[in-house]
Design a protein around this ligand. Structure first.
Ligand code: 0L1
Ligand code: MG
Length: 254
């Protein structure tokens, strides 16, 4: 029988010490239910150390990433206050194993949301929208995993940076997004790459947290998912994301 609490301890320790671990799927693949149970338990360990849950991240929100991992639905992970990096600050590589950065849109919730909701109901629960950068850092060797591995590892959730909040009425259907390194555009995409419209990610978030017996709460941040491929982080990079209408969010890699 799979020992969920042992798996939770392994992924928690790997994240805490920025140490890579072998894939569980090398020996025995985790089911989705086992993987989410391990993720929840590993987060309980962080909460017990004093970290606070501040929201969730949605992952595999582009068709390309779903195909790459061989799934047909998005995945999610939890965000804590310790994962938040200050906008404009220098992020130390020492906290991560082999981090990558990807361009996202963040929602700030103004009221609870959970279960089967329409796009309209989802947007009515949003207080504000911001450009965001997610630092994904799989704790597995060579950044390789199957779906159970990655879910257990908090869906690679590792760090995030949020830009200036804008009015929730901003049309985010198809915003140009440019991810630049040291002033050079490296990934160019659109918010439409996030499930066709980022609000679909929020609708899926409400459905998925409900399945785990949780809800999105007022004040929660929801990262909608990557709009382009992620870029490996290297010391000396100045990372900037410019999102049409929403502005810029940036950090340096140290
Ligand atoms: O945020 C994401 O879409 C990443 C989810 C996990 C897969 C990966 O680490 O690339
Ligand atoms: Mg992401």
């Amino acid at each position: 029988m799979t020992d969920i609490s042992a798996i939770a301890e392994i992924v928690d320790r790997a994240a805490m010490t920025a140490t890579e671990i072998p894939q569980f799927s090398d020996t025995e693949a985790l089911s989705m239910d086992e993987a989410y149970a391990a993720q929840a338990l590993s987060l309980q360990r962080r909460y017990a150390r004093g970290e606070k849950r501040v929201g969730i991240k949605m992952g595999l929100t582009s068709r390309a990433k779903m195909v790459q991992v061989g799934v047909s639905d998005v995945i999610w992970g939890r965000l804590t206050d310790a994962m938040r990096e200050e906008e404009g600050a220098t992020v130390s590589l020492s906290k991560y194993v082999h981090p990558r950065v990807e361009p996202e849109i963040a929602f700030l919730m103004k009221k609870p949301l959970s279960g089967k909701v329409s796009a309209l109901e989802a947007m009515e629960a949003v207080a504000a929208i911001a450009p965001a950068l997610e630092i994904i850092d799989s704790r597995y060797k060579a950044f390789k995993f199957d779906i159970g591995d990655v879910i257990a590892d908090n869906s690679s959730s590792s760090g995030f940076v949020i830009g200036q909040w804008s009015d929730a009425s901003t049309d985010i259907a198809n915003l140009g997004m440019v991810l630049a390194i040291n002033g050079e555009a490296r990934e160019i995409g659109s918010s439409a790459a996030i499930l066709g419209h980022p609000v679909r990610s929020l609708v899926a978030a409400a459905r998925m947290v409900a399945a785990a017996g949780e809800e999105l709460k007022a004040g929660d941040i929801v990262l909608a998912g990557g709009a382009t491929a992620a870029i490996p982080m290297v010391a000396g990079q100045a990372v900037t994301l410019e999102v049409e209408r929403l502005g810029t969010v940036a950090f340096n890699v140290g």
